[in-house]
Write a protein that binds this ligand. Structure first.
Ligand SMILES: Nc1nc2c(ncn2[C@@H]2O[C@H](COP(=O)(O)OP(=O)(O)O)[C@@H](O)[C@H]2O)c(=O)[nH]1
Ligand SMILES: [Mg+2]
Length: 308
């Protein structure tokens, strides 16, 4: 079995209201990282994460599934959790073993009940957000951002802006690299282009907010920023990484899981910026030379066919 150094492990849970597309996003992550050869659909009952007979029959997630994938030499352990309140204990259990949460929201419904519940219940876990279903009629990224800012605590900071919406959704402007990323539906193949001219004003506005959030994560950077000096791209990236790993800002992505559009940038961000187990701010380690090892068992099953 391949051994990964702790710094190259990412433990994330996909959480949020039922039906926002968590299982579909997990499926797209597996497909993009080559763990699977085809993109399953929850509607067809052929996803990797919803595998229990009850889940396939009802087309909902009941039990948290662990779907690991390897990406850019990192091991990403993705926990796909149920959204329905009846199975909330599964979200609580998952939250104990991950280093960050990926909040999945619907681009048409915005902040829903379970989004708020989870957000409020786990204030200390660093979060990212993925505004999914951008291909749906009435999808409105900016409305969801406003909704998040109004209803959720913390600093909400988009790192992408959508290009098109509903049936014209075709990609995102990446505010870090300042490029347009256009995705082919299904394959997820990306073409890099210049930012569309009609988006320049929005891009400038949100880029400024992103740079500010990055600067605030680091004393040296904020001093430089407040003195009116421009931060270099590397400084912005370093600030974003610090803010993401510590949870001082919630960076927001958008895309369409079922068409596999704009899923890869989220994976890149998880590798580049999300907390690794050894930088997890919530767990304070002890000296392994002098203290007995502590471990946590997660997801045990009782197999009726194995006699103990
Ligand atoms: N149009 C569209 N439908 C989606 C998208 N993501 C998920 N869905 C659909 O939304 C429903 C719920 O998706 P699922 O992944 O099971 O949501 P979960 O409950 O959050 O795990 C299914 O019918 C999916 O096909 C998306 O990006 N666009
Ligand atoms: Mg699900």
């Amino acid at each position: 079995m391949k051994v990964y150094p702790t710094s190259k492990i990412r433990n994330i849970a996909l959480v949020g209201h039922g039906g926002t597309g968590k299982t579909s996003l997990a499926e797209a992550m597996l497909f993009n990282t080559g763990a699977t050869k085809r993109l399953g659909r929850t509607d067809d009952g052929n996803t990797v994460a919803d595998f229990l007979p009850e889940e396939i029959k009802k087309k909902i997630t009941i039990s948290t599934a662990l779907v690991p994938c390897e990406y850019r030499d990192h091991k990403i352990n993705v926990l796909d959790t149920p959204g329905y309140a009846d199975f909330y204990f599964e979200v609580i259990a998952a939250s104990r073993v991950v280093d960050s949460l990926v909040m999945v929201l619907s681009a048409t419904a915005g902040v829903e009940v379970q989004t708020e519940v989870i957000w409020d219940d786990f204030p200390d876990i660093p979060k990212m957000a993925f505004i999914n279903r951008m291909d749906r009629e009435n999808a409105d990224f900016y409305k969801v951002i406003d909704d998040m800012k109004n209803k959720l605590s913390g600093q909400i900071v988009p790192v992408q802006l959508p290009i098109g919406s509903a049936d014209t959704f075709k990609g995102v402007v990446d505010l870090i690299s300042m490029k347009a990323l256009i995705f082919e539906a299904g394959s997820g193949k990306v073409t890099v282009q210049e930012i569309p001219a009609d988006m320049t004003d929005d891009v400038a506005l949100y880029k400024e907010a992103l740079v500010e959030a990055a600067a605030e994560a680091d004393d040296d950077l904020i001093n430089k920023y407040l003195e009116g000096e421009e931060l270099t791209d590397d400084e912005v990236r370093a600030g974003i990484q610090k803010a993401a790993a510590s949870g001082s800002a919630v960076f927001v992505f958008c895309g369409c899981a079922t068409n596999n559009m704009a899923v890869k940038p989220l994976l890149d961000f998880v590798v580049d910026c999300a907390a690794a187990p050894d930088t997890n701010i919530m767990i304070k380690g002890k000296n392994i030379e002098t203290e007995p090892m502590a471990a946590q068992v997660f997801k045990t099953i009782a197999d009726p066919y194995i006699a103990v």
